[in-house]
Structure formats: C-alpha cells, structure tokens
Design a protein around this ligand. Structure first.
Ligand code: SF4
Length: 64
C-alpha cells in the first residue's frame, strides 16, 4: 500500500495531479482537491508523476 498525504496549506488546487493519477486525485464541484489516502502499489509510478508535477511540491508518498 502507498499512503498519500497532501499538505492542504500548500495546495493551490491547480489540478495537475488529477491529470497524472485521476484514480486518486479529483477536483470536487468547488474546484477543491480531494484525494484518497491510500492506493495500491501498482499506482506508484502515476503517484510519483503527480508528486513531480505538483507546482507546490505538496504531495507526499509513503510506501508501507
Ligand atoms: S498538483 Fe499540487 S497544488 Fe495542484 S491540486 Fe494537486 S496537490 Fe494541489
């Protein structure tokens, strides 16, 4: 399992992460980021891409 944490104080809701891993990151009806706190290991590449493209470097991943 991969644990996902987004620092919502940094996140500006740009949504770049949504394009990289839409299974985990979504923008809600108010254009605010929502995300799953856990994802299976086979999503690691997509999640690392999301963390890389985040302009605020707000995405943190932990492998369990
Ligand atoms: S890419 Fe970063 S700043 Fe943009 S919505 Fe995702 S976590 Fe927030």
């Amino acid at each position: 399992m991969i644990k996902i944490y987004v620092d919502m104080d940094k996140c500006q809701h740009y949504g770049q992460c949504v394009f990289e891993a839409p299974e985990v990151f979504q923008l809600n009806a108010d254009d605010k980021l929502e995300y799953q706190a856990e994802a299976p290991d086979d999503m690691l590449a997509d999640l690392e891409s999301a963390a890389d493209v985040c302009p605020m470097q707000a995405i943190f991943l932990t492998k369990e």
